[in-house]
Design a protein around this ligand. Structure first.
Ligand code: ZN
Length: 444
């Protein structure tokens, strides 16, 4: 914990008292740019920012050590007017900034959660303002005598490839848990699950000992990681089978994932019509139990999820039924080509505009999880039929995914080979770690 000298506490108190005033006054000039509903403003708590020692020119608000910039975390309902007012800046200064015109138009829609930087002189005038548009782009407004000028600063990012491995275990029963333990961000975990969504049911079919390895981009600006880029290659070992995917950009500049042999990772059906992150983890734990022998309950697969969880179409197709009966509750049937049919039961409601005859795309929301019909708790009951017969989508033979064009095959092999061999060495480390983990478990 950081310690705070008394002077800082005083500052904090003054600040708190100052901010205690909920500003209700309208701007001096009735300009539409600034005439927004003033709402209370909160400055980021002092412990989020290092507080410098205070000198004679102690400002009213807490400051970042660097460059005398005051960082203000934008909250819901904040706008430039409320912020200027709260920190004691003049309405005329705000007007001078607004007068710059379209270059500062983005300041009309400052986004909650982002940070606004203000540089205020000893005499309490605004010297500069900065706003991070995104991780790589910043708007900087600086004083030039009596007016302000705006410029956009584009950072020169440095892309570093990173790799990571993870493993499904009793402690980390889901991809989310295993990914977090491996230090992956939510963003990368989602990307990883999207890559394999046609092959692996992350909601139902993960097993203890399943493992993954991936290589992805970390984007740095000034030595600081600002975000992640693409997953370049990934491997997932699921129930004894290894799936590998690599990112490849075709001659039209379209990037997609392919298996090592050039088949597209995209297939006719997504494994889980409910995103794994919504499926109860108790459900996962139970399924991880080695003795648990999963049967197909009443010819379908159940996904335990909260009421209201979105249900998506497993594949592109045409809605043939969207109605309600006493057993299935609200249910949807989708016909995919000649042979395949999927059914989604016990929905709490249908997606807006969904009705028989409508075409749906793969991944499109068709309804929401519920407990209508014969259901004791909210869940999705999903059925997959081939030529009218119930089948397990995991074991049924599905149409092959489109391969890469023959003319691109040589380029595909040449460009993906280095990253794939690196992936295999990263994945090799997982197997090694898994082996160590298992032997120590056996000994314990
Ligand atoms: Zn069921």
């Amino acid at each position: 914990m950081k310690s705070y000298p008394l002077t800082h506490l005083k500052t904090a108190l003054v600040l708190a008292a100052f901010l205690g005033f909920v500003i209700t006054a309208l701007p001096a000039r009735n300009n539409p740019e600034t005439e927004l509903i003033p709402v209370s403003l909160r400055i980021a708590p002092a412990d989020r920012y290092p507080v410098p020692a205070l000198g004679d020119d102690a400002p009213l608000v807490s400051e970042q050590v660097r460059d005398n910039w005051t960082s203000i975390e934008i909250r819901s309902g904040d706008n430039l007017f409320t912020i200027f007012k709260a920190v004691g800046l003049k309405a005329a200064e705000l007007q001078a900034i607004v007068d710059i015109g379209k270059d500062v138009a983005i300041l009309r829609k400052i986004v909650p959660g982002k940070t606004l930087g203000l540089k205020i002189s000893k005499s309490g005038e605004l010297d500069a303002l900065r706003y991070d548009i995104n991780a790589l782009e910043r708007l900087l407004v600086t004083r030039d005598a009596d007016r302000f000028v705006a410029q956009r600063e584009i950072s020169n990012p440095e892309i570093i490839t990173a790799y990571q491995t993870g493993r499904i275990s009793t402690d980390t029963p889901s991809l989310y848990h295993a990914g977090k333990k491996a230090g992956l961000s939510d963003n990368i975990i989602m990307k990883l699950s999207n890559i394999f969504q046609w092959d692996i049911s992350f909601a139902l079919d993960l097993r203890k000992g399943d493992s993954f390895a991936l290589i992805y981009e970390d984007i740095y600006v000034d030595g600081e990681k600002v975000k992640e880029g693409e997953v370049l290659a990934a491997q997932f070992q699921n129930m004894g089978k290894t799936y590998t995917a690599v990112l490849y950009e075709d001659e039209h500049g379209i990037k997609s994932y392919y298996a090592q042999d050039g088949r597209s990772m995209r297939k006719a059906f997504i494994r889980d019509p409910v995103h794994f992150s919504h499926v109860s983890s108790n459900f996962n734990l139970r399924r991880l139990h080695p003795i648990h022998n999963r049967v197909m309950p009443h010819r379908g697969i159940d996904y335990a999820a909260n009421k209201g969880t979105p249900v998506i179409a497993a594949g592109q197709g045409k809605v043939t039924i969207a109605r309600q009966n006493s057993a299935s509750g609200r249910y949807v049937v989708i016909q995919h080509g000649e042979q395949y049919t999927t059914k989604y039961l016990h929905l709490s409601k249908f997606a807006n505009g969904l009705r028989p005859g409508k075409t749906v795309e793969q991944g499109q929301i068709i309804g929401y999880v519920g407990a209508t019909g014969w259901a004791t708790a909210p869940h999705l009951h999903f059925e997959f039929l081939v030529n009218g017969v119930h089948r397990n989508p995991r074991t049924v033979k599905l149409p092959d995914a489109k391969p890469i064009l023959a003319k691109n095959m040589t380029d595909f092999r040449n460009t993906t080979q280095p990253i794939l061999s690196r992936l295999s060495s990263v994945a090799g480390q997982t197997s090694y770690a898994s082996a160590l983990g298992q032997s120590s478990n056996d000994g314990g």
